[in-house]
Design a protein. Sequence first.
Length: 106
Amino acid sequence: MLQDLFAKLIEIVPELTFGQRKCLMGRLREGSPDLQVRELLEEGIKNCPHCDSDDVGGWGQSHGLSRYHCRRCGRTFNALTNTPLARLRLKDRWLDFAKGYVCVSC
């Protein structure tokens, strides 16, 4: 589904006005809060959180996060494994929580 939407977006880009292109570029630069959190978390993946081995490789994706596989212990993990964020929900609000301002009633 996303591939179809992306293809349509690429198709219509030449038809956008200057203002629309500028708006699109701004949105692409800022990204979503969820994407920013994922990028911050995943840039630190170097070792397996289970056995501390540095022999890890990619293992697909799940729930929007990259998964990794440890070749030493054979276990899989993501950037949240063994962290306080491991079972938190509402990923789109993590940056707001970290900054200390979230409307609890929303």
